[in-house]
Design a protein around this ligand. Sequence first.
Ligand code: IFM
Length: 403
Amino acid sequence: MNRATALRPDFLWGASTSPHQVEGNNLNSDWWRMEHQSQGHLELSGDACDGYHRYPQDMRLLAEAGLNAYRFGIEWARVEPEPGEFSRAELNHYRRMIETARDLSLEPVVTLHHFSSPRWFTDEGGWTSPQAVDRFTRYVVQVCDVLGDVSWVCTINEPNILALMTGMANAVADGADLNLGAGRRMPAPGTEIGEALVNVHRAAAAVVRERTSAKVGWTVAQQALVPVPGGEDLYDRLRWAWEGLYHQGAEGDDWLGVQSYTSQTVDEKGIVPAPESPDNTLTGWAYRPDALGIALRQAWADTGGRVPLLVTENGIATADDARRIAYTGEALRHLHAAVADGVDVRGYLHWSALDNFEWGHWAPTFGLIAVDRRTFVRTPKPSLAWLGSVARRRGLLEEETRQ
Ligand code: IFM
């Protein structure tokens, strides 16, 4: 048994979650309100996985399996439920989470914003309001009090998806009828909102650097776009709107988070929707474990090889756990190949630790651990033990990279 291309000895092997998707009862957030105003279009997050109370058990399961890192988030709507009113009790809650991770020898990777915001922030204009930088940095200053010994901090999760969601919400508010049904082409994230988010990120990153010794970055939803003949010009424009802008926003950062699930082609009309196929995942995305290799190489090239990469999300929505293992093994094979070609990758954090609330839907299950929605009992899937064994071996074996 030979080891495949060696990964760094301090490589992080872990899993990720976000607060709104696992905690439950995120009452003061804009997402909670949107779910309740959606007239049945969105399922409710409700108690979610009751992760707010059960995080010690979740972390223990990850650590016992052999993982050495856990990415989780701090929920702004809990910490600042009303403008300028900060909850010490909630900050202490997140401090306990950090300490619990440390006690279990899990490296905490802490996200400060993952899609959901306090209602009041959204009501006053959200990311495009002139106050956005002040509002977010005021919250980040408070959070820094509990970040103490945290080494990895993400300011904003998937700003490109946040820009897309903000643009779509604004369009709906202006009366647009957005039909995004199967076969429809997705709009691209608006670059104006993206630029606003870059400003917020830079300001927040400066606050974290000034007040802590953490390595700071943000995480981008990589599309692994590939042009087909005729789509080259549009490809360049779409790559900029989807990723380039955010990669440029990572200039000078300590790391960049790569989040990858699938790959899509670009023709002369734009991104080609994944054709219907029995191989598509439960989110309707094409089964493309090779996307991770494409995403890592594109992110590395876009940042001029100056910003180390951390895979902060990669996974598959499936009810078939053997398929999850196959997908992840193949994705890791592409990660090893990228590292062999000189891409600096610092860790792999699987999405997700738990079967959680997939933003308005419960059916797409991404978890290494199943959660009973009534009793909240956790049942680790074989994929958790499998990923833990890869982590203990510190990567794939040589023969596994040849499969
Ligand atoms: O569940 C989401 C996560 O919140 C952000 N990245 C993509 C995941 C799967 O859709």
